[in-house]
Design a binder for this molecule. Structure first.
Ligand code: C2E
Ligand code: CA
Ligand code: CA
Length: 865
């Protein structure tokens, strides 16, 4: 390249030739910013021939940039003068003639000769470094944005790099880690030794290192333990020698919590392990996940006393000291949390007054702080306390809060299970409303009393007491008033009798009194007194209710010698006294045997209804899919239109049918009607996959049930998986091996089984693995509490997880609001049912609903899944 004549240049040809050959671009500029010299390196850098460059405004050819600020482009800043750049170096960007960019690092010198200023700019081409740098910045931006902590070491195992996530996760800045070995920094007292060894061995032989993975407990800068999963890889040079080791760390503390805690503890519950054992497993799992603490599960009795169910890391002698201790306003963390019914954190037990009486016991164990959380049952009553004991002073962090939340939810399930067992007994033998012995318990007590009467040769009175016009009270004043009335009558009856007499409740408003060593005279006297007591007005909700009772009496041995006969005869006498004008007593007499009873009439009506077409079915959809647009199946619900009474609610006549042994006939009718309808739909091209029917618990006592189901399906040419049977937990109360065998035979037919009203019943978890259940119907009471109750939400989430882990489809019933639907969907509830989607519909209305809502069929989702 020839050197152009540079007007006004005072540079000698020798210097000029030297400048021309320089590796860096050299440009000379006069005081007016005009280019007077442009060497070949400059030509290359700008992509601009020297001839075009000469005379041009230099400032228009560069953008100066301050690395931290925006580029200051010459042409955008016409006031910028070359003189302002003199004596400094600047990074400049250059737009080449072909539009591409180059970068350079420029220094400008000012030469003044005879009062005239000239400038010389030397620009070093930094384009390649610049591109590399940008790439690196972009890469490290990405690396810093990931949630995975990345730590690189040299082949010797010393840290050379760590990203932003590593700082966020572990608390150390890069400069605190540089040159150190990760094991020195991150391992701590409870790091699992084996995992540590494996990692050390792996990193000591980087040659064979490839995708090594290990879960390990590490410690953050603040000494907080953290479960991480580490993947280690080697970066090699061209010859294959490792130059760096790269470790990618993911925080798995939460996963660990869910996996280990939930699975192991729920698993133990499902296997029906004793409560203490499950509580111990829970504590051990928690201590494994959070090794800097110890924990305990304490039960609180209804009298407010503590019983430790598990505290595996505390010495037994310490645990025993606290058993039976009453809760109170300053009883350590646990007793106080139970007392206040709220979480209690004691950051330093050595000086907190709550620990006054206990610190001497706990400080020598190395325990410095305590956090207790009350465990409350679904109805809000306190049932226990879960406590963390810390080896360090201080508070709890977010992780511990989450851990305690999961642990407390598991405790609720566990303790509810235990109280449910006691509940089974109460439910089985005592009437829930009045707490009086029920029919089952009465039968037992009566047998004992009869035996005693036989042994002593004494008389025994069996008294049937029935409130007059109770139904009227119920219908006009509501069930709550009816219930209160019954409760008060029960109290008066109990108060009126002597020790040794038994009062029980047979069914709704019918009470039974058993009076041993009695005679007609004495019993008549007692009953008159009772009638007077019952006639006394009862104050309910601010008003006085007047009631009376009709009483029938049967005497052993005159009116019968066995329980059943005596009860029947007392009952007949009672009906007679009603027929005679109520509010009086009648002794049994043989003539009464022919008396027609009121109840018997309704029973006869239902029998007739079964044959006269007064019964019919409504169908309520169960929906699934992301937008609840897929039909999972329908549930058939029975309805009765009584010719005189009108619509009778199913709850009322179904219970009556159960009591009067009519239920088998009723359920058989429903089964066959539902199958007939399903077959009809399929013939007409409405492809409904599945119909569910409700079967009463007592139906499973009938060994003929599987045969009946098989025949009905065959008669309508339906595959077995098009039928679901919804049974209630009541089935388990009478779960003899015969009942279980019947259920099993139905399952083997291929018919789906669904546990209805799940969560309300007797023992919510234990029996699940004994029954071949395909579906859990989460009771509507949970769903309806979702918006207002933390416990309902927690239990719902747990039930959904149980369903998942046991491979059962969970159906949430009674979904009425969008908020409920959203919560359920967010927690993975697969199937829903309720007024939000549809009320129970007639077949025609259902067909219309399917069309107008554009509901698709649930073939692809695997109905038996
Ligand atoms: P279930 O099996 O739990 O049936 C669900 C009940 O909840 C039905 O009441 C249904 O109409 C109602 N329901 C559905 N969606 C919602 C909602 O979103 N909100 C509210 N509040 N309720 C909703 P229904 O039809 O009165 O039945 C009451 C109970 O009677 C049934 O409870 C079941 O135990 C029994 N039952 C009904 N039909 C039969 C039958 O054919 N055989 C037998 N053995 N029992 C039946
Ligand atoms: Ca049901
Ligand atoms: Ca239900």
């Amino acid at each position: 390249m020839k050197i152009k004549a540079i007007p006004g240049s005072k540079v000698s040809p020798v210097v000029r030739a030297t400048l021309e050959d320089m590796v860096d671009a050299v440009v000379m500029i006069d005081a007016n910013n005009a280019i007077t010299f442009f060497n070949s390196a400059a030509v290359k850098l700008w992509g601009l021939p020297a001839g075009e460059a000469l005379g041009k405004d230099f400032m228009s050819l560069i953008s100066c940039e301050d690395r931290t600020a925006r580029p200051i482009h010459g042409s955008e800043r016409p006031d910028l003068d070359i003189d302002q750049l003199a004596g400094a170096s600047n990074e400049v960007s250059i737009r080449r003639l072909d539009g591409t960019m180059s970068w350079g690092s420029m220094s400008v010198s000012k030469i003044t000769t005879a009062g005239q200023a000239d400038y010389i700019a030397v620009v070093k081409d930094t384009t390649i470094q610049r591109l590399q740098q940008e790439q690196f910045e972009r890469l490290s931006w990405v690396v810093n944005q990931t949630d995975a902590a990345i730590i690189a070491t040299d082949p010797d195992g010393r840290v050379v790099y760590s990203n932003g996530a590593a700082t966020r996760m572990l608390g150390y800045e890069l400069d605190e880690l540089l040159g150190r070995r990760p094991s020195e920094v991150f391992f701590g007292p409870r790091t699992n030794v084996e995992a540590g060894m494996l990692i050390r061995n792996a990193t000591e032989q980087p040659n064979s290192l490839c995708g090594f993975r290990q879960d390990i407990l590490v410690y953050t800068k603040t000494r907080k333990p953290l479960w991480v999963s580490i993947v280690i890889n080697a970066v090699r040079d061209e010859a294959g020698n490792p130059v760096n080791l790269i470790g990618v760390l993911t925080d798995i503390t939460l996963t660990k919590m869910h996996e280990e805690l939930q699975e192991n503890v729920l698993g133990a519950m499902v296997r029906e392990m004793p409560t203490e054992d499950v509580a111990r497993i829970l504590c051990q799992e928690v201590e494994h996940i959070a090794p800097n603490l110890m924990c305990s599960v304490i039960e609180v009795s209804s009298e407010g006393r503590l019983t430790t169910l598990a505290a595996p890391s505390l010495p037994p002698s310490v645990v025993q000291r606290f058993d039976g201790l009453p809760i109170g306003p300053s009883v350590g963390s646990s007793g106080t949390a139970a007392w206040r019914e709220e979480a209690v954190l004691v950051a330093d037990i050595s000086n907190d007054p709550l620990w006054e009486d206990y610190r001497e016991t706990f400080l020598p164990l190395g325990i410095k702080a305590g956090f207790s959380y009350p465990i409350k049952a679904k109805d809000g009553t306190l049932i226990g306390v879960f406590t963390f004991y810390y080896r360090e002073r201080g508070g709890l962090d977010v992780f511990h809060e989450r851990l305690i939340e999961v642990a407390v939810n598991l405790c609720i399930l566990l303790l509810q299970r235990k109280s449910n067992r006691a509940h089974i007994y109460r439910l089985a033998f005592y009437d829930n409303l009045t707490r009086l012995p029920n029919r089952a318990m009465l039968t037992i007590k009566m047998e004992q009393a009869l035996q005693d009467a036989k042994d002593t040769g004494s008389e025994l009175a069996v008294v049937s007491i029935d409130l007059d016009r109770f139904k009227q009270v119920n219908d006009t004043r509501g069930h709550a008033v009816g219930d209160e009335l019954l409760g008060e009558i029960a109290r008066r009856l109990r108060a009126a009798v002597c020790d040794g007499d038994v009062v029980g409740r047979l069914c709704s408003d019918e009470f039974i009194l058993i009076v041993p060593r009695s005679d007609t005279y004495r019993i008549a006297y007692l009953v008159q007194r009772i009638l007077k007591e019952i006639r006394r007005p009862v104050a309910v909700k601010g008003s006085a209710l007047h009631t009376s009772a009709s009483v029938g009496i049967a005497m052993y041995p005159g009116d019968g010698t066995d329980v059943e006969t005596l009860l029947r005869h007392a009952n007949m006498a009672m009906y007679q006294s009603k027929a005679d004008g109520r509010s009086r007593l009648r002794f049994f007499s043989v003539e009464m045997n022919s008396a027609v009873q009121e109840q018997a009439m309704l029973e006869a009506d239902l029998r007739a209804a079964l044959h006269d077409g007064q019964l019919y079915l409504r169908y309520q959809p169960k929906v699934c899919g992301e937008h609840s647009q897929i039909l999972f199946g329908v549930e058939a619900l029975v309805r009765w239109k009584h010719p005189l009474l009108g619509e009778v609610p199913p709850a009322r006549f179904v219970t009556m049918a159960e009591e009067r042994a009519l239920i088998i006939e009723l359920d058989t009718w429903v089964l066959s009607a539902a199958c007939r309808q399903l077959a009809k739909w399929r013939r007409c091209g409405t492809d409904i996959r599945n119909v569910a029917i409700n079967l009463s618990a007592s139906h499973f006592l009938d060994a003929g049930l599987p045969g009946l189901i098989a025949r009905t399906l065959r008669a309508h040419d339906l595959p077995p998986d098009s039928l679901t049977l919804e049974l209630t937990e009541g089935v388990m109360l009478g779960a003899t091996t015969a009942v279980l065998a019947t259920i099993d035979r139905i399952h083997r037919l291929g018919v789906r089984l669904s546990m209805d009203d799940f969560g309300t019943g007797y023992s919510s978890l234990g029996y699940l693995h004994r029954l071949p259940i395909d579906e859990l119907k989460l009771d509507k009471s949970f769903v309806q509490d979702l918006e207002g109750s933390d416990v309902a939400r927690a239990l719902t989430a747990s039930v959904l997880r149980i369903g998942q882990s046991l491979h059962m489809k969970v159906v949430a019933e009674g979904v009425e609001t969008e908020a409920q639907r959203r919560f359920l969907a967010q927690h993975g509830c697969p199937v829903m049912q309720g007024y939000l989607f549809s009320k129970p519909l007639s077949p025609a209305a259902l067909e219309k609903w399917l069309k107008t809502r554009r509901i698709r069929q649930g073939q692809s989702i695997g109905i038996t899944g």
